[in-house]
Design a binder for this molecule. Structure first.
Ligand code: GLY
Ligand code: MN
Ligand code: MN
Length: 439
């Protein structure tokens, strides 16, 4: 059976938020809106990650309220009412009456009454916690309710003094994955890994980049991951040097590499894998030299990944390998130490080494601690490690290197004594890739 996040985990998360909030405050988190794609047709609905994290509820038009006011229920879900006519067209709704039973929420209210009920709900609170800037309409309603309370203070109402950002609290929680979350993320990684193995066998000269995308998506959906976690990148030849290339329209050519960066979204959680492999199944000499350098950089970064270490140390280790390697190949000229210290390698290793991974592919969470030092890695955190070298056609490097773009990306969970690589089953050395593609 495929793993899921059990309902009681959502309840425990809400309780942990309530435990950390001060007394006499209210926190509000809105669901995402349904977005229009064209005229009256919609994009597939994707729930807001924070809202999903706290409810597991997958409808638009909803707001979660958590309250530490003793006169109010701890958790309230405002959501849509049942509507048989609308449900014929758009599918079943939970209905606010059913929220307590289905979701373990203390009370369910009609979302149509949110605006009207907010003054009463905010009355007497010290602060309102919001995801500032995330939902304009909710923020507007809160401001309006506060204005009303301010105007009616002489009648005994009490307006909250502050609006505060709920993010620091939630981001810290989301940064540390639970056992259930890790199981779900391992499944996202497993499904994505199998899709990569599939396209490595499928690719050949003449295939279009979007056809690799279609193969990936088929494998995702056939395994319960209905959508990619982000727009996938399938870049043949020099297209690999465009970091967020998502056009995916070109044909793949004999002798080129193709860089594929894709991840399934499973139960809301993202995988994020990159592999770069030869369209014809065989690396050229130049491709192999650069590929091995990227792989060596990833290995150097891996050696720094453990509890108590940090991503700056890992980035430095990877950059040193790339800088020295590029100097040795004479892609960077001059002195090796100087090339590293002057960060000349940044011309070719353009992006960061790593980011948090979770409900969002670039997941939330701080990168620095309160003293502005790099945040220390801790067990349960999930990161990517993704060094790359990109030698654009107009880079000025020797012709033999131009138009080669390579990235290798794996998804790691920090463990007590190091890390677990959740995506290690995908062929990665040039030998593993060539053997797998020939099979
Ligand atoms: N797929 C985006 C990234 O690797 O960060
Ligand atoms: Mn990534
Ligand atoms: Mn990626």
């Amino acid at each position: 059976m495929q793993p899921v996040i059990p309902q009681d985990e959502f309840l425990r998360r809400r309780q942990r938020v309530l435990d950390q909030l001060p007394a006499n405050v209210v926190a509000l988190v809105a669901a995402n809106e349904q977005l229009i794609r064209s005229n009256d047709t919609e994009f597939p609905f994707r729930q807001n990650s924070y809202f999903h994290y706290l409810t597991g509820f997958n409808e638009p038009d909803a707001v979660l309220m958590l309250s530490t006011l003793s006169s109010q229920p701890g958790s309230v879900l405002f959501c849509q009412d049942k509507d048989p006519d609308a449900e014929v067209w758009h599918g079943l709704r939970l209905g606010y009456h059913n929220a307590p039973n289905a979701l373990g929420i203390d009370a369910g209210y009609n979302i149509d009454q949110l605006e009207q009920r907010l003054p009463e709900l905010l009355n007497g609170t010290e602060s309102v916690f919001l995801l500032l800037g995330e939902d304009e309409s909710l923020e507007h309603d809160v401001h309006q309710a506060m204005a009303y309370l301010r105007e009616t203070e002489k009648r005994g109402n009490k307006v909250p003094h502050r609006i505060e950002d709920l993010r620091p609290l939630l981001d810290t929680m989301r940064q540390q994955k639970s056992a259930n979350e890790l199981n779900v993320m391992r499944e996202a990684a497993r499904i994505t890994g199998n899709a990569f193995k599939r396209i490595m066998k499928y690719v050949q000269p003449g295939v279009f980049e979007y056809q690799l995308g279609a193969e990936l998506q088929h494998e995702f959906a056939m395994n319960g991951a209905l959508y990619p976690a982000y727009e996938m990148i399938c870049g043949g030849g020099a297209n690999a040097c465009v970091l967020h290339y998502t056009d995916n329209r070109d044909q793949l050519h004999d002798g080129d590499l193709v860089l594929v960066d894709a991840g399934a979204e499973y139960q809301g959680y993202a995988a994020d894998i990159t592999r770069t492999f030869p369209v014809n199944g065989k690396f050229s000499e130049e491709q192999k030299l650069l590929y091995d350098l990227v792989l060596e950089a990833q290995q150097a970064a891996f050696e720094k990944i453990k509890p108590g270490s940090d991503l700056v140390a890992a980035t430095k280790a990877a950059a040193r390998v790339i800088s020295d390697g590029l100097t040795k190949l004479e892609i960077l000229t001059g002195d090796a130490d100087e090339n590293f210290e002057q960060q000349r390698w940044k011309k070719y290793f353009i992006h960061g080494l790593s980011h948090w991974l979770g409900l969002d592919v670039h997941d939330v969470g701080r990168y620095k601690d309160a003293e502005n030092n790099p945040l220390k890695l801790q067990p349960g955190m999930v990161i990517t490690v993704e060094p790359g070298i990109y030698i654009a056609r107009d880079s000025g490097a020797d012709e033999r290197w131009r138009g080669i773009g390579i990235r290798i990306e794996d998804d790691l969970v920090i463990t007590e004594d190091g890390f677990e690589n959740m995506t290690e089953s995908v062929p990665k050395t040039t030998e593993e890739i060539e053997t797998w593609m020939q099979k």
